[in-house]
Write a protein that binds this ligand. Structure first.
Ligand SMILES: *Cc1c(COP(=O)(O)O)cnc(C)c1O
Length: 355
């Protein structure tokens, strides 16, 4: 890692140096997608996708109610309207049946055009793409896979960041593949969208840098981060993804009887988080306090559903599952280097606290 960073610095090509193109090739190959365009962060990656599709005022973009703010934040930035959809209790991911209900409601109202569904691979688990794709095809929606937490996950061997018409990821340090700062990437098989995204990434460039044909962003991935990510991607492929799956299995085995995360048949998670569902806010908060007293960190992802975020209010969405999950979830320490001993310590503390 030290050598990769120092080589990138010594090259002097801090912006769009050779490691950027090489990383894009490696990422596209890993995800099994024709084009990968890196960018400054996972939020910009979503924005670049919406720009490539020309999403704007009058367009409805369906977003799960239980996710990180970015998944929905990018929608009003383009002048479009987010419509919040409920999630599944067991996987935390978008509920395809509720998506269809929401699309029908928007059509019946006749005020907005249904255009895109943002499917989030929450906590590392791919969303239910077979079911989501069926609804998207029926109503002519683009599928935008927000794989910020999902890189490395798969369904029947097909990898995350290949499920959307356009897919995105984030290299924020805490994601399954993190860099030493901010970073992101966009994936697509479509040549035309890939070319548009390359242009939007650099100020809407045309044939050359000082020929600007559209209003774009400054959203490049730094050369140093690309060099870091090449090293991280290799470790991820060779052992980190397997290691988090071993850790998750250990947690699930030792926490039998609790509502541990569900991974459907044929799915593989990259375990961005390992998240328990408790009985309610009382039990969850007491458990978190008792872990804290034992020196064990834990986090609530996410304490507030999208439709209740002040920035989106007032929203008429009713997403009972997402709302209930916000009061009951707790994420335990999870990373590829967690030891069996640490997992045992955490599990004993959880079990004692709940008793
Ligand atoms: C982290 C995250 C993003 C945004 O990524 P940044 O690189 O932090 O901009 C988007 N969506 C989800 C689901 C995320 O977890």
């Amino acid at each position: 890692m030290d050598k990769a960073i120092l080589d990138a610095v010594a090259s002097g090509a801090y912006i769009m140096g050779a490691p950027v193109k090489e990383l894009e090739r490696l990422l596209a190959e890993y995800a099994g997608v024709k084009h990968c365009i890196t960018c400054a962060n996972g939020t910009d990656a979503l924005t670049l996708a919406l720009k490539a599709w020309g999403i704007g005022p009058g367009d409805a973009v369906f977003v799960p109610d239980f996710t990180f703010f970015s998944s929905a934040e990018v929608v009003p930035l383009e002048g479009a309207t987010p419509v919040f959809v409920d999630v599944c209790e067991d996987t935390f991911n978008l509920d395809a049946a509720d998506l269809e209900r929401a699309v029908k409601e928007v059509l019946a109202e006749g005020r907005l055009r249904p255009r895109v569904v943002v499917a989030v691979d929450l906590f590392g688990l791919p969303a239910d793409y077979p079911a989501i794709r069926a609804v998207a095809d029926k109503y002519g929606l683009f599928v935008l896979e927000d794989g910020a937490q999902g890189f490395g996950g798969s369904i029947e061997g097909k990898r995350a960041c290949s499920f959307g018409d356009i897919s995105t990821t984030s290299f924020f340090p805490a994601k399954p593949v993190g860099c030493y700062g901010d970073g992101g990437a966009v994936f697509t098989d479509n040549d035309q969208w890939a070319a548009l995204i390359e242009s939007y990434r650099v100020h809407g460039k045309g044939a050359f840098k000082y020929d600007n044909v559209r209003i774009g962003l400054n959203s490049r991935l730094d050369t140093v981060q690309a060099a870091v990510l090449q090293v991280k991607l290799k470790a991820f492929e060779e052992y980190e993804l397997d290691a988090v799956n071993v850790a998750a299995d250990r947690y699930t085995e030792r926490l039998q009887g609790l509502a541990t995360p569900v991974v459907p048949q044929g799915f593989r998670s990259s375990w961005a988080q390992y998240t328990l569902r408790l009985a309610g806010p009382g039990q969850r908060d007491a458990l978190q306090a008792s872990l804290k007293a034992a020196g064990i960190p834990s986090m609530v992802y996410y304490p507030k559903p999208m439709h209740l975020q002040t920035a989106f209010a007032p929203s008429r969405a009713i997403c009972p599952v997402a709302t209930s999950l916000c009061g009951r979830v707790l994420s335990l320490p999870m990373h590829p280097y967690i030891t069996e001993e640490d997992i045992n310590t955490v599990c004993s503390a959880v079990i004692n606290a709940i008793k």
